[in-house]
Design a protein around this ligand. Sequence first.
Ligand SMILES: Nc1ncnc2c1ncn2[C@@H]1O[C@H](COP(=O)(O)OP(=O)(O)OP(=O)(O)O)[C@@H](O)[C@H]1O
Ligand SMILES: [Mg+2]
Length: 504
Amino acid sequence: MEHRLLEVEGITKSFSGVLALDHVSFDVRPGETHVLMGENGAGKSTLMKIINGIYHADEGMIKLEGKEMKAQSPMDAMEKGISMIHQELNNVLDMSVAENIFLGKEYGRGIFYDRRLMQEKAGEVLKRLDLEISPAVKMRELSVAKRQMVEIAKAVSVNAKIIIMDEPTSAISHKEVEALFGIIGNFKKQGMGIVYISHKMDEIFRIADRITILRDGKSVGTYKAGHLTIDQLIAKMVGRTMENMFPPPIEHEPGEEALRVEGLCCEHVLEDISLNIRKGEILGLAGLMGAGRSELAEALFGMRRIKQGKVWIRGKEREIRRPRDAVKAGLAFVTEDRALSGLNKKTSVKKDMSILTLGRYCRWKQVISGRKENAAVDRGIRTLKIKTGSRNQNVGSLSGGNQQKVIVARWLLGEPDILLMDEPTRGIDVGAKYEIYSIIQKLAAEGKAILMISSEMPELIGLCHRVAVMHEGRIRGELTREEMSQEAIMALAAGMEGDCVNRE
Ligand SMILES: Nc1ncnc2c1ncn2[C@@H]1O[C@H](COP(=O)(O)OP(=O)(O)OP(=O)(O)O)[C@@H](O)[C@H]1O
Ligand SMILES: [Mg+2]
């Protein structure tokens, strides 16, 4: 029999009577990338947390190199040779990058804590990942993408036999994904086993050796990656066939101008940005990590000081100095950072959903009274298929993707005129993505203007009327629906001038 590095046998787990995992088995061979797939709430993270010693299984057994293993804690798991990149970033923001990487490891223990050595070692790890991050800098000062890279660095800095990666690429873009895949390749050569969770189909087919699919806490089966087509995979995941990844476009004429920006500059991050969006239009914003896309959305929403430039909203020039001004002007902002957008994990789905995303910034909460609120919240849960026991369940106990859906549902209840969305489908499964795309299209058809930031090019191409591409704080070019292709977007994102694109 072939050698098995990790064996998971009949794992069952329930949370207060609700079955999250039902006799799940799979195994990992040395030098293999084993991908775990399934809809939001299928049980992927729970299974990984059991292997990593965060949760304990009600039933079943885990074997590492043929011997039964029961990790008591993540630290214990690490000592046994299992390392995990978590879906929810849990870096300590007030600590330095180096401290985060070595949190709980030898250099960071007790009073014998050698800052210089730690920084040196951290520097080496970061270099291996091709990262330009200083080990001394505080986590708080880094972008979400960089924080995710530190999380990756943390997991790969130990000598592990098994590395679990729970959606490691949800916040990073192309270049970093390539660096990560390079590292995965090296690990495989060394005979390590990788368990990889992702909702991104293109990634999965590039790196998977085998794929195990979970549905509603049960294993549907394990397949060789080459034996499955993308359609078959989706069908097994969602339990039905999905003809298309994108809903058919709703034909409508865009209306008058909703938002116009001219010559907008923000110190160090944005230079001479001009764009416009008409009512009913979805404008995509593409670019690599650090290109300034989130910063542009933040500037428009009054979260960054605008140094120069003008903003018109529905034809009227407006000065947006703070989020409150943006809200008054009819803007809403779905941020990429779950923590920042104020998802309060200790409150119920209902409370979190019915407070507008904006509430946190402007201290202005839309109060929808009792019955109406319940109805609206239930509508949100239904349309986005949020997997929750009831509207009163704690948001923190939902799966990662379902928490993201709560955030998306919030702005739907708000009904703003202009929507700024930063990676709205991050961590959301294919089926639910389709629902979100339909809603975005419907909003556009109703005359809303939408700015959509996304790192997933198929999503931009499938949904947007136009795409503006940023590079180093500037807009390098704009592509119409006819001109859009992954190649054209990539070329602009890499900093090529607009004229070169689409000209062979
Ligand atoms: N601590 C907890 N308390 C109660 N229920 C929980 C807890 N953790 C997970 N669950 C439930 O277990 C189920 C599986 O969640 P899990 O996080 O494993 O899903 P997932 O497959 O990782 O989904 P996603 O793709 O959204 O990350 C969900 O219904 C979730 O609400
Ligand atoms: Mg998860």
